[in-house]
Write a protein that binds this ligand. Structure first.
Ligand code: SF4
Ligand code: SF4
Length: 447
């Protein structure tokens, strides 16, 4: 096992972290797929309104690569297809039957797996709708099934405070996880499994599989950060990664012959009255998760996918294919009386101008940016936290000047999209979003 110390990053000491308690939710009445939230794909529908689908029936595919198939997370009727501007498919909603039907897939055990050709395995994963669980660095696109990855990285856990912890999602599932590892070993010669030594969330038996421990603060567990520290050759930039919880899904597809829709999600944030892990299913409505577990007295925001990397949802929206976190925090749009003169003892900030520097207890956050976007003042805070040593302020200026080559030379493609630079920027510059969009445009140009 190799131990790596990540030198930069930042741990935000934030209130509302979920506990390891687990509640199993009852079955929802509807579930949804959100093509809009799946990066780099152009969806082509395979269903229409009122079609009957089983769990695991194809719902849409990618026009560019029809091997990327997305299957129904529920058995029932396609009750609504919601389009956004320019006919972008936002939501495909399935009203669930009392007794849901299931598509069946071949069942594979350890012995079958050993004898299988890699190509047959890839074919099963694509037909089984799980190929999109793999993501390829540095763009975080879904990898081409015909390509061979230099390595696959599994990160067990995240330093992000609102993500499911391995202690919960792996409970009683170690055998399944080990089977998932065997599947991944057939796909690549090099499998990296990383865990953080700062937490004791990884069950002992799994520690024998861990190849790297990443010591440090957020986002030390990110696969892109690990790769940045261990890569020896530029070819390795195209490594793949998969989340720890998703490894279980690969194993479940093969063991049960059914499309796996179970998900462990977390509900956190100061407006969540019950902050915990929830066992539910893919595509569940947000109001099914929050029902009786949220404080609705003031204006609040639903953040789907985590405090740093999530997006704003609403009571009426759904969890996406990748998201396993729902954070509820106040909008914070009330004006603070003489706010500028307050010492800020309870304001989480990396800035030394607030007394919160001395406050070691966790603090509540809201969505208020406390100011407008201003010009970069070259303070260098963004560079101090960037875990992959990009100089975000210079990369930003290169992009603004349309000097993309220069931005690439600064290391734009190493950006792991952790959002820390945006969080610490006193000028409120949305650095991460700009980097993400620029990487996306560069990727599409390459296509
Ligand atoms: S430049 Fe990228 S990796 Fe660096 S802090 Fe910003 S978002 Fe994170
Ligand atoms: S943190 Fe913001 S203001 Fe400071 S150097 Fe970076 S971009 Fe500029």
């Amino acid at each position: 096992m190799t131990s790596i110390r990540i030198r930069k990053g930042y741990d935000i000491n934030i209130a509302g972290t979920p506990s390891c308690d687990v509640e199993k939710l009852e079955k929802p009445t509807r579930v949804a797929l959100l093509p809009e939230r799946i990066p780099f794909i152009k969806p082509r529908l395979k269903v229409k309104i009122d079609d009957q689908v089983n769990v695991g029936s194809p719902v849409f595919e990618d026009k560019r690569n029809p091997d990327f198939i997305f299957l129904s997370p529920g058995g029932g009727r396609i009750s609504k297809i919601d389009y956004g501007p320019r006919r972008i498919i936002k939501e495909i909603i399935i009203a669930l039957d009392q007794d849901e039907g299931y598509e069946t897939f071949p069942m594979i055990n350890e012995t079958h797996l050993e004898d299988m050709e890699r190509e047959a395995l890839v074919q099963m994963l694509t037909a089984g709708g799980l190929w999109p669980l793999f993501r390829e660095l540095p763009f975080r696109n879904i990898p081409n099934p015909q390509s061979l990855p230099p390595s696959i990285i599994i990160s067990l856990g995240s330093r992000e405070p609102f993500q499911p912890v391995p202690e919960v999602y792996l409970k009683d599932k170690i055998d399944l996880f080990e089977f998932g590892i065997k599947i991944l070993n057939k796909l690549t010669g090099t499998l990296f499994i990383s865990a953080s030594p700062d937490n004791n969330f990884v069950p002992d038996r799994l520690n024998t599989h861990v190849t790297h421990t990443c010591e440090g603060v957020y986002p030390a567990d990110d696969p892109g950060v690990l790769l940045y520290y261990i890569k020896k050759h530029p070819d390795e930039n195209r490594s793949w990664y998969i989340n720890g919880q998703d490894v279980l899904l690969l194993a479940m597809l093969f063991k049960t012959g059914k499309y796996p829709v179970d998900r462990t999600v977390v509900l956190g944030g100061t407006l969540a009255t019950e902050k915990k892990h929830l066992q539910t299913r893919m595509g569940v409505p947000l109001n099914h998760i929050t029902k009786g577990r949220a404080d609705n007295t003031g204006a609040g925001r639903h953040i789907v996918g985590g405090i740093f990397n999530g997006y704003t949802g609403s009571e009426d929206s759904y969890m996406g294919f990748y998201e396993t976190s729902l954070v509820l925090i106040p909008e914070g749009d009330e004006k603070e009386f003489v706010g500028f003169a307050r010492p800020g003892f309870n304001k989480p900030s990396r800035s030394r101008t607030f007394l919160s520097l001395l406050n070691k207890s966790s603090m509540a956050v809201d969505c208020n940016c406390h100011g407008e976007v201003r010009a970069c003042i070259n303070c260098g805070f963004c560079a101090e936290v960037c875990p992959v040593d990009i100089l975000p302020q210079f990369t930003y200026k290169s992009i603004l000047a349309d000097e993309i080559e220069e931005a690439l030379n600064h290391g734009l493609l190493d950006c792991v999209e952790c959002c820390l630079c945006t969080y610490v920027c006193p000028s409120k510059v949305e650095l991460r979003n700009l980097f993400k969009e620029t990487k996306k445009a560069y990727f599409l140009e390459q296509l």
